[in-house]
Design a protein around this ligand. Structure first.
Ligand SMILES: [Zn+2]
Length: 58
């Protein structure tokens, strides 16, 4: 038996069940997601492109 994973919405800290019922995860709702994206845009903050992990840590 698996417990559903639960994360906290980065915007409002509500619990979000990590499954297909939460299409906006890790956000609780589209609104929170858009707020977050809006903040990124407003600050013109660029997501640093993560170097592709070619090295597999084994
Ligand atoms: Zn939220």
């Amino acid at each position: 038996m698996k417990k559903p994973a639960v994360v906290l919405c980065p915007q409002c800290s509500r619990e979000v069940v990590w499954n297909e019922d939460s299409p906006y995860r890790p956000f609780c709702s589209e609104r929170c997601k858009m707020i977050d994206l809006g903040q990124w845009a407003t600050e013109s903050y660029r997501i640093p492109q993560a170097d592709e992990d070619n090295e597999e840590s084994s």
